[in-house]
Design a protein around this ligand. Structure first.
Ligand SMILES: Cc1cc2nc3c(=O)[nH]c(=O)nc-3n(C[C@H](O)[C@H](O)[C@H](O)COP(=O)(O)OP(=O)(O)OC[C@H]3O[C@@H](n4cnc5c(N)ncnc54)[C@H](O)[C@@H]3O)c2cc1C
Ligand SMILES: NC(=O)c1ccc[n+]([C@@H]2O[C@H](COP(=O)([O-])OP(=O)(O)OC[C@H]3O[C@@H](n4cnc5c(N)ncnc54)[C@H](OP(=O)(O)O)[C@@H]3O)[C@@H](O)[C@H]2O)c1
Ligand SMILES: Cc1cc2nc3c(=O)[nH]c(=O)nc-3n(C[C@H](O)[C@H](O)[C@H](O)COP(=O)(O)O)c2cc1C
Length: 604
């Protein structure tokens, strides 16, 4: 192969030409490698600045946002001439990190302020490190989260602090991004890129034209820079017609859960069983009008939105801004504009519990009601409101069984508080304000961590109470469509068999023809004491254990707050009892299931 050379004054450094048979990542890596080798063979020129840096862009992601941002950063760094590799923290090791000179980490938070499930092993290993082996590492963290959660961006913050405590040096301060992350991301990138430029322009290179290159003992596999992305994304969603809409709960039930199917026949949208469907919501028009009336603002008042430009206040409040929940930033802005002493008092750390209680079941309309007369300019209202975020729904169809369609299983959020009937923005949009034939803006949120086993004969155990059934309906249909021979066991739970047995006919028919090997049901409110899916798991403990011994994969979907934790505790108990293991060995067994990709959770 011919190698081209750069015009450096000393021995030329070879580089791989664009037409060489390598992809972009391989070419970038090889160029960096050659530059490192050749320049280290040259005499040191103390005043020569490095031309570029070798930077690891690491991400901790569950539903793809951090991965997407990391991908963008990698691409931009490459276009600036750096040798950047995109690496998932899943399967990565602290030892590999210690080999890096520059690392950028983009990390989302889950659970009780934890790392995304697949990244926990990396972080656990990092946490047991206590000697400062990272003095050579310069790094920057971007933390992703959602300020509605108690532990906002906590994993990103923990990671940042842990690296600093192990001797690594911050290139740039951490930024914590809320759901509406565009501005925070842009600001963080801007600061970080300026810092990298200043390193290049001011730092004398010892003997390398690519700084940060070490011949690493562990080279993480770079991830290809493109996934077969659809043209339709969260930013540019597909307007899909609703083609089927029916209640899955009976009219007399205490709750409403709906089956909603969209046609994607006219799109190039592709998905796999296990993925989620993102829906771009709209606020309830009546609520928007009530708010406008309270403020005495004209619906047609022109307002500026950061990305969308000028629009009417009515459009901004309906389509772009979140009005049904309160956040600290909203209350801070409102209290400051109105110099509202009681509200300002609620913001002090000692009042955290009262603050949370106030926000728990109130929205913008309550703030306007409780503290009136503050806003006089529509621009102030628009500036204080966060962006309305899309909602995700686990897809309950399989592309092999339902070509051209995406099915969802939507629990409709309704409750009453402070003398007002309230509805979840997106679930009521779908249930109450979307008729068959109408289009809604949707996109696919891939969930690569929640896939059927590659071996079609592997047994699977699915635990999905409530809407947690959604991806398991997809799995069951997919396995049938692909004639997979693996055994299927489902644990499903809901309030009452008579009213809330979601997809009853389908499941009973699959049980009858043995596609579903076992179906265990927990109807929590059909008897005096509560019966939950984990009670059924315990009842079936010997069989559960024998399926695990036969290589079964476990999947859990649904409520994260209580169900997923209780199910995990039950899994530990079953493993300990049936396997005659002490608590520590049972924990190791469950960890091994996770490491072997045999224990998957999609919880919300
Ligand atoms: C990966 C993933 C998959 C998901 N899959 C599904 C699925 O398959 N099916 C499904 O139905 N949902 C699913 N969800 C949840 C879904 O995304 C939405 O969060 C849900 O539909 C509520 O959205 P909403 O806009 O209707 O309600 P929102 O407007 O977001 O309102 C919900 C909020 O209302 C408040 N609230 C609700 N009830 C009460 C109450 N009684 N008292 C006080 N406050 C209350 C809470 O603050 C709650 O967070 C999934 C979420 C994720 C992250
Ligand atoms: N739409 C609403 O008004 C509403 C209400 C509650 C929750 N949610 C939230 O909406 C999401 C989806 O709710 P969903 O409709 O799928 O149903 P869900 O609220 O998750 O309930 C499904 C079943 O799980 C049971 N359950 C409750 N606690 C459990 C636990 N610790 N372990 C195992 N099972 C448990 C419920 O019983 P019991 O309810 O009888 O205890 C019910 O039988 C969840 O995140 C949930 O937190 C919404
Ligand atoms: C089930 C669930 C739990 C979450 N828990 C937290 C949390 O404790 N703290 C937080 O700041 N954000 C939390 N988030 C918000 C995510 O961190 C945020 O949406 C992030 O952008 C997701 O990034 P990812 O797509 O890369 O996984 C949670 C989100 C979900 C769906």
């Amino acid at each position: 192969m011919t190698m081209q050379t750069t015009n450096l004054p000393t021995t030329p450094v070879p580089f791989i030409p664009d037409n060489a048979p390598f992809d972009e990542d391989q070419r970038a890596w090889l160029n960096g490698f050659l530059a490192g080798i050749f320049s280290s063979a040259q005499p040191a020129v103390a005043t020569e600045a490095p031309l570029s840096l070798k930077i690891a862009v690491l991400y901790a992601s569950q539903s793809g946002t951090a991965e997407g941002l990391a991908r963008k950063v990698t691409k931009e760094l490459k276009s600036k001439g750096h040798i950047a590799s995109l690496i998932s923290l899943e399967g990565y090791t602290p030892a590999a990190l210690a080999e890096e000179r520059y690392a950028i980490l983009i990390a989302s938070t889950y659970g009780d302020g934890d790392a995304p499930e697949a990244v926990k092993p990396f972080y656990e290993k990092l946490c047991v490190e206590h000697f400062p082996r990272y003095q050579d590492l310069s790094y920057a963290v971007l933390a992703l989260g959602d300020s509605h959660y108690e532990h906002f961006c906590k994993f990103g913050a923990d990671l940042d602090n842990k690296l600093a405590s192990l001797g690594a040096v911050r290139l740039h301060d951490r930024v914590d991004c809320d759901v509406d992350l565009d501005d925070a991301f842009a600001g963080w990138k801007h600061g970080l890129y300026s810092r990298l430029e200043s390193i290049i322009s001011t730092r004398p290179a010892k003997n390398a034209s690519v700084s940060g290159i070490k011949v690493a003992t562990t080279i993480a596999k770079p991830i290809p820079s493109d996934v077969s992305a659809s043209a339709y994304t969260r930013e540019t969603p597909f307007l899909a017609p609703l083609v089927d809409k029916r209640p899955l709960t009976r009219e007399v039930s205490s709750k409403l859960t709906m089956h909603m199917a969209f046609s994607i026949a006219d799109s190039n949208l592709k998905y796999e069983a296990g993925d989620a469907c993102g829906v771009v919501p709209q606020n309830d028009r009546q609520l928007v009008e009530d708010i406008l009336a309270m403020l005495n603002f004209s619906p047609q008042a022109p307002v500026q939105l950061p990305k969308s430009g000028t629009t009417s206040l009515l459009d901004a409040l309906t389509n772009y801004l979140q009005i049904t929940r309160l956040t600290r930033k909203m209350i801070e802005a409102y209290a400051t504009i109105g110099n509202c002493k009681p509200l300002l008092g609620l913001l002090i750390p000692e009042q955290q519990a009262h603050f949370e209680k106030y926000c728990y079941d109130r929205g913008l309309i309550d703030l306007l009601h409780d503290y009136p007369g503050v806003l006089h300019d529509p621009a102030d209202l628009v500036a204080m409101l966060p962006k309305l975020a899309p909602r995700l729904y686990s897809i309950s169809s399989s592309p092999y069984a339902h070509p051209g369609e995406i099915h969802t299983t939507v629990a409709v959020v309704r409750y009453r508080s402070h003398n007002r009937e309230r509805g979840g923005v997106c679930s009521t949009l779908l249930a109450d304000r979307t008729t068959t034939g109408e289009r809604r803006a949707i996109y696919i949120q891939p969930n690569k961590k929640f896939r059927l086993p590659q071996r079609s004969d592997a047994p699977i155990i699915m635990i999905g109470p409530g809407t947690g059934i959604a991806p398991f309906r997809a799995f069951l249909h997919q396995r049938r469509a692909l004639s997979a021979t693996g055994k299927n066991w489902l644990f499903f739970g809901e309030r009452s068999a008579a009213t809330d047995f979601l997809y009853r006919d389908e499941l009973e028919s699959m049980l009858k023809d043995k596609h579903l090997t076992h179906l265990d049901l927990a109807f929590s409110r059909d008897q005096e004491h509560k019966v939950y899916v984990q009670d059924k798991m315990l009842e079936q403990a010997p069989r559960f254990w024998s399926w695990l011994q036969d290589g079964a994969s476990i999947y859990v979907c649904g409520d994260a707050a209580r169900m997923a934790k209780d199910v995990e505790a039950t899994l530990h108990a079953i493993v300990a009892k049936q396997g005659h293991l002490d608590a520590e060995a049972a924990t190791e067994y469950v960890q091994a299931l996770k490491d072997d990709h045999r224990y998957h959770r999609d919880v919300y």
